[in-house]
Design a protein around this ligand. Structure first.
Ligand code: S3P
Length: 171
């Protein structure tokens, strides 16, 4: 029986929207890894990228993920790059079940403003390159759900059906 469910997927795939819905249905906690990082570091993701670059951010991200060992019964929205790192995939596999929210690029681009809050969202061509390069890694998740044309409620229903008896609702 798993006690943590990790939502994986590109920026804008709906991890932070579906996470609380799933957590509510399971009566588990919801953890947004990026929010945890910003809270623990007392600075924004953008500031971390500006001062320490992406490698510095990735080190902090791995630390934050590893700290989830201390928490059970939680749905975790990972940042879009977290599952790309092998070290993080191993931590996720050890701690729980991973679910890839597979979302078409056109849907993602329509959702994500290039307002600087996500430092890796640059030109559409670069975003597409990053998206394509990550897909094979995202597909290593335990469960893959195409959420492009689903409402958040429909998607969370599909996720719960797919993970089935590997997770248990808290009474
Ligand atoms: C990143 C995604 C962001 C955040 C950071 C890097 C990525 O999270 O972790 O900007 O590498 O794709 P969201 O996927 O929640 O936007």
């Amino acid at each position: 029986m798993q006690s943590r469910l990790f939502l994986v997927g590109f920026m804008g795939a709906g991890k932070s929207t579906m996470g609380p819905l799933l957590a509510g249905r399971l009566r588990w906690d919801f953890v947004d890894l990026d929010e945890k990082i910003e809270h623990d570091q007392n600075r924004t993701i953008r500031e971390i990228f500006e001062t320490e670059g992406e490698p510095g951010f990735r080190r902090i991200e791995t630390q934050a993920l590893t700290q989830l060992e201390g928490r059970k019964h939680c749905v975790v929205a990972l940042g879009g790059g977290a599952f790309v790192e092998q070290v993080n995939r191993l931590v996720v596999a050890r701690l729980g079940v991973s679910v890839f929210l597979d979302c078409r690029l056109d849907v993602i681009l329509a959702r994500c403003p290039a307002d600087g809050t996500r430092p890796l969202l640059q030109t559409p061509a670069l975003v597409e390159q990053l998206y394509e390069s990550r897909l094979p890694l995202y597909r290593k998740c335990d469960v893959c759900i195409n959420v492009s044309d689903l409402t958040p409620d429909e998607a969370s229903e599909a996720i719960l059906l797919a993970v089935g008896t590997t997770v248990k609702r808290q009474s």
